[in-house]
Design a binder for this molecule. Structure first.
Ligand code: PGA
Length: 253
């Protein structure tokens, strides 16, 4: 079975003290992580090393929230994939809608970021998803298909195998408005079909497709229970240890 993943996206939140307390509280919660499951904590850059040192199981890994599209050099303020690899970070979120919106990251830039990640053995968690006006016009399938094609379709079969995608409808992020589990399933099935058309069914079935957008303990079981939903990328609710632990417990075994 493909990996079932609960990924916390802390965004730009928490002091170091609060971050360490959250990890302690999370590790004190009563949940187990099966072989086919993975928990990721995407934390702000300054916390990558301290949080990594605090974690006591390989089923929980720390992830970056972004990487540079360039390799190295005069790019003030950027953090390269090579640097993350150098501190043993194995995952990075790429293309979150907040990066697309506030930092103008295009599908093309994201393709470069994906390449940098692969060059340095970092597994991307590639985010896609439509804004409200696209959903209202009912053109979300085409919109997401273009995001996938422009940022991912240069990848080899080996790179696409076991790849991680997060579908996050922008209108559901931080708004308390969740896509219904049926809406999530419909889009996830579409994403898998788009991948299958290019890479074949076997590879498409190996891709973990996470749902993101106001996931909480109270709706996770319903959403994660859908056949093409392989877990979630969780913002607000991941900042509360009991909530995130409960979300982890709803992953499929
Ligand atoms: P949210 O954020 O869970 O707070 O809606 C999800 C995300 O942006 O990844």
């Amino acid at each position: 079975m493909r990996k079932q993943i609960a990924a916390a996206n802390w965004k730009m939140n928490l002091s170091l003290t609060q971050a360490e307390k959250l990890v302690t509280d999370l590790q004190n919660q009563n949940f187990s992580i099966a072989e086919n499951q993975q928990v990721l904590l995407a934390v702000p850059f300054p916390y990558l090393i301290p949080v990594k040192q605090q974690i006591n199981t390989s089923h929980v890994e720390v992830a970056a929230q972004n990487i540079a599209s360039t390799t190295n050099g005069a790019f003030t303020g950027e953090t390269s994939a090579e640097m993350l690899n150098g501190i043993s970070i194995n995952y990075a979120i790429i293309g979150h809608s907040e990066r697309r919106l506030y930092y103008f990251e295009s599908n093309e830039t994201l393709a470069q970021k994906i390449n940098r990640a692969f060059e340095f053995n970092i597994k991307p968690i590639f985010c896609c998803g439509e804004p409200l006006e696209i959903r209202e016009a009912n053109t979300q399938n085409d919109f997401v298909e273009i995001q996938l094609k422009e940022s991912l379709f240069h990848l080899s079969e080996a790179q696409m195998k076991g790849f991680i995608i997060a579908y996050e409808p922008i209108w559901a992020i931080g708004t308390g408005k969740t896509a219904s589990s049926d809406q999530a399933q419909e889009m996830h099935a579409h994403i898998r079909q788009v991948i299958a058309q290019k890479y074949g069914a076997e590879i498409a079935n190996s891709v973990s497709i996470l749902y993101g957008g106001s996931v909480k303990a109270s709706n996770a079981a319903d959403i994660f229970g859908k056949p093409d939903v392989d877990g979630g990328l969780v913002g607000g609710a991941s900042l509360v240890a009991t909530e995130f632990a409960a979300i982890i417990s709803t992953l499929k075994k």
